[in-house]
Design a protein around this ligand. Structure first.
Ligand SMILES: *[C@@H]1O[C@H](CO)[C@@H](O)[C@H](O)[C@H]1NC(C)=O
Ligand SMILES: *[C@@H]1O[C@H](CO)[C@@H](O)[C@H](O)[C@H]1NC(C)=O
Ligand SMILES: *[C@@H]1O[C@H](CO)[C@@H](O)[C@H](O)[C@H]1NC(C)=O
Ligand SMILES: *[C@@H]1O[C@H](CO)[C@@H](O)[C@H](O)[C@H]1NC(C)=O
Ligand SMILES: *[C@@H]1O[C@H](CO)[C@@H](O)[C@H](O)[C@H]1NC(C)=O
Ligand SMILES: *[C@@H]1O[C@H](CO)[C@@H](O)[C@H](O)[C@H]1NC(C)=O
Ligand SMILES: *[C@@H]1O[C@H](CO)[C@@H](O)[C@H](O)[C@H]1NC(C)=O
Length: 691
């Protein structure tokens, strides 16, 4: 009987494998690949897989194909849940060991891929999947990297299907982006973000083949009560410039809060991390509007009565702006930078246009880089140089994309009706929490869905052809109009997470040209799999529960205890009983972690340097039981089991000085340390669970 039991088992395993392999062949990726012709059998990814980079060109370029393959290997471990695979090797084409699966990466400069507008791109790749070999071929390392990302997503689909082995259906495919610029912008001027978070965001975005991270690195809150009341209140309004001048630099006064700025080494490491994942950082220093950080330092540069705008006619203004760029241009590895140049005084069009052209020449002469500006409305008889790329965001304007293209400009689509988000709250509800899937999948006049050539959902005359020569692509934007305490860094990620995937699909594959373009239903079914599998970062702050839903449990009373978990993302429940000896300020914290802290006083959460008191004062010398429940949308406490009285942590946002808006806060669990920083008393029955 034993043999037939084994036989049945093997047969069932084979059957399950065959069934899942077929399902996997239809599992889409984000973005969708352009072409795939199925073949016979499948490639089985085993832990002895050899990753081989063709020795002819393995070390060319920066990053090289070898460097990308090494990043890929790390990512593969994470996506496949393998503890180890052999290191990447460099060998001539065609070398392999029979019977062992091989991933071949080859650079062949003769391969020609093109964008929708017919211009050549190095980002395309060909792939061929056979039972023992998975070959990726591209004209340059970057194309090979996107091919490796496709393979990672195929592995993620197979793993998520629950199949016993990781299999990828055989066949041949070819793939390349429709557009050159596929990016996202983060407002890091009005809200502080550390480079660790920014690096994770780059890595996450690269999993959806986005290739640009536009970093808006200087700005101020806009509040008329502070700016235009005629007094000195503008000096107190939050404004920030994030690049940290070196010690002793003549522009040191530009950054009074060093704790909210990026030292060069941190910025360089972030930029390199992005580059290693195929993402270029496009830094933006915004002038001559949005410039309160500069006028708080040098008040004489302001336009009188408008402290956030610079007076371009004042003799020291342009030299000061150029001295700032002179200091920081050497930091930037991108071939282009953004000088912002939006929302200036429309009565000063000539000065504005002259400034933009002067900056284009200056940045070119200093660093050999080109500039971008936001589309703007600055009436003038002079014209902006067509060397300047215009990032359209608003109608109506002088900024009508079809006309700009006709006039010979290069244009990037950041139209707010499709591509804008605002951190936590949007005045008048004009921007959604995350990009609106109804619009993105059916928002063109023909119902075909948004793509970079779509600027209007209602007026076809404002849309261009998908192959318009000057249309470079699209960049979505997340603004942080309500400042540092409206959101935690991770809450900004929650708004971006799905949005970046949508932009990845639409900028790589959109416009209805390709049959393989994802439907909304396909996108929605595969997105959660890819979000959970995205390697190289852990913005979800996912943790492995020790058993069942329990991450950890410490029933005994503690005053201070360290755990193996730095942080845990929502949804989670954190239960504990606490008997503090004192609840005065400075009596320490109950919990601390990588992303948040929970202080005793008023049960105050801290995240990104901001304080959010619950306003509940714990009694001393008696145990109080506390349950904290969090999702990405809120965090609340239940005290002593009183489920009828859920107490939410909230923030108050000052909306353009017109009204205050209260909103919930989501905090990651401060999972790393229990009790500390002067905490006196005891904490017991600590239980951290998923959900
Ligand atoms: C701008 O600067 C010029 C030159 O100093 C000055 O004459 C002018 O009044 C200033 N304009 C404003 C609006 O501050
Ligand atoms: C452009 O030039 C015309 C003719 O000289 C003049 O009437 C108009 O005011 C000018 N417009 C601007 C914005 O300077
Ligand atoms: C489209 O373009 C015209 C000008 O060509 C403009 O008047 C109109 O407001 C635009 N807006 C939208 C949303 O299409
Ligand atoms: C608790 O918060 C209230 C206001 O919400 C404040 O008056 C009080 O000083 C705070 N207490 C401590 C200990 O922080
Ligand atoms: C930086 O320091 C200032 C006080 O100088 C403080 O208000 C702010 O919260 C700090 N920022 C962070 C991110 O810790
Ligand atoms: C956040 O900032 C606003 C002002 O911008 C302030 O009114 C509010 O008290 C701050 N803190 C919280 C927790 O809302
Ligand atoms: C916080 O979230 C809860 C649950 O969704 C909701 O009932 C409450 O209105 C929210 N509070 C605010 C200020 O939005």
């Amino acid at each position: 009987m034993a043999w037939s039991f084994v036989g049945l088992h093997v047969w069932l395993a084979w059957f399950a494998g065959a069934f899942v392999a077929r399902a996997a062949s239809s599992a889409p990726q984000i973005p969708s690949t352009a072409n795939f012709i199925p073949g016979q059998g499948s490639f089985e990814l085993l832990p002895d897989v050899q990753i081989i980079v063709d020795s002819a060109h393995a070390l060319e370029g920066s990053p090289s194909a070898l460097a990308f393959a090494q990043t890929f290997r790390e990512d593969l471990l994470s996506v496949a849940h393998y503890a180890w695979v052999p290191p990447v090797t460099v060998l001539p084409v065609g070398v392999g060991i029979p019977g062992i699966p091989v991933i071949h990466i080859t650079i062949d400069a003769t391969l020609g891929h093109t964008l929708y507008n017919g211009q050549p791109t190095l980002e395309g790749y060909d792939f061929e999947v056979a039972p023992y070999t998975y070959s990726i071929k591209a004209a340059a390392p970057i194309g090979a990297w996107w091919g490796m990302v496709t393979l990672l997503q195929q592995v993620a689909s197979s793993v998520a299907s629950g199949a016993k082995s990781i299999t990828i259906p055989a066949g041949v495919g070819t793939d390349s982006p429709g557009w050159e610029v596929r990016g996202f912008m983060l407002d890091a001027g009005r809200h502080w973000f550390d480079t660790g978070f920014l690096s994770e965001l780059c890595i996450y975005a690269s999993f959806f083949k986005l290739n640009e991270f536009h970093l808006h690195a200087s700005d101020n809150l806009w509040n008329p009560d502070y700016l235009y009341n005629g007094g000195d209140a503008w000096k107190e309004l939050y404004a920030a410039f994030r690049f940290q001048p070196p010690v002793g630099s003549p522009i040191a006064g530009l950054v009074p809060r060093l704790n909210e700025s990026w030292p060069q080494t941190d910025f360089a490491a972030f930029q390199e991390t992005c580059a290693n994942h195929g993402v270029t950082v496009i830094p933006e220093i915004d002038t001559p509007g949005h410039s309160l950080a500069i006028t708080q330092w040098k008040p004489e540069l302001m336009l009188s009565g408008q402290p956030d705008l610079l007076n371009l006619s004042y003799p020291d203004t342009i030299p000061t702006i150029q001295s700032i760029w002179h200091e920081f241009l050497p930091w930037f590895s991108s071939p282009e930078v953004s000088i912002g140049a939006d929302e200036y005084d429309a009565a000063l069009g000539d000065a504005y246009v002259g400034f933009v052209n002067e900056m284009a020449a200056f940045v070119q002469a200093e660093a050999g880089k080109r500039i971008r500006i936001w589309g703007t409305d600055e009436p003038s008889n002079q014209t902006i140089s067509t060397d300047v790329t215009i990032q359209h965001w608003d109608f109506p304007d002088a900024d009508i994309p079809v006309r700009l293209l006709e006039a010979g400009y290069q244009v990037i689509n950041s139209e707010q009706a499709f591509l804008y988000l605002d951190g936590k709250y949007s005045d008048g509800g004009v921007y959604p929490y995350s990009l609106n899937l109804d619009l993105m999948f059916a928002g063109a006049p023909d119902g075909g869905g948004w793509a970079p050539n779509i600027f209007s959902a209602t007026d076809e005359s404002n849309n261009t052809r998908a192959d318009a020569p000057g249309l470079r692509g699209a960049i979505m934007a997340l603004w942080n109009d309500w400042g540092n305490n409206a959101t935690t860094m991770l809450e900004d990620y929650y708004q971006l997470a799905q949005s970046l995937a949508v932009v990845g699909e639409k900028t790589w594959a959109g416009s209805g040209v390709r049959e393989t373009e994802l439907t909304r239903a396909q996108f929605e079914s595969v997105y959660p799999v890819m979000n959970a599998a995205a390697p190289g970062q852990n913005l979800n702050r996912a943790v492995q529960a020790e058993h069942g839903d329990v991450v950890y449990s410490y029933p005994a009373p503690w005053t201070t205890l360290f755990t193996p978990y730095a942080s845990m993302g929502p949804p989670y429940t954190l239960k504990f009983s606490v008997k503090p000896s004192s609840v005065a300020p400075d009596t320490g914290f109950l919990f601390a972690g990588e992303d948040s802290k929970l202080y005793i006083a008023n049960l105050t959460f801290e995240a990104t340097g901001q304080l959010f008191p619950l306003g509940y004062v714990l009694p001393t010398d008696v145990y109080t039981s506390v349950e904290i429940h969090a999702t990405t949308q809120y965090t609340y406490a239940v005290i002593n089991g009183d489920e009828d009285n859920l107490r939410y942590w909230t923030t108050d946002m000052d909306i353009w000085a017109e009204y205050m808006e209260r909103a919930n806060m989501s905090f990651a669990a401060p999972a790393q340390q229990i009790g500390g920083n002067g905490f006196a008393g005891s904490i017991r029955d600590v239980l951290l669970t998923v959900g």
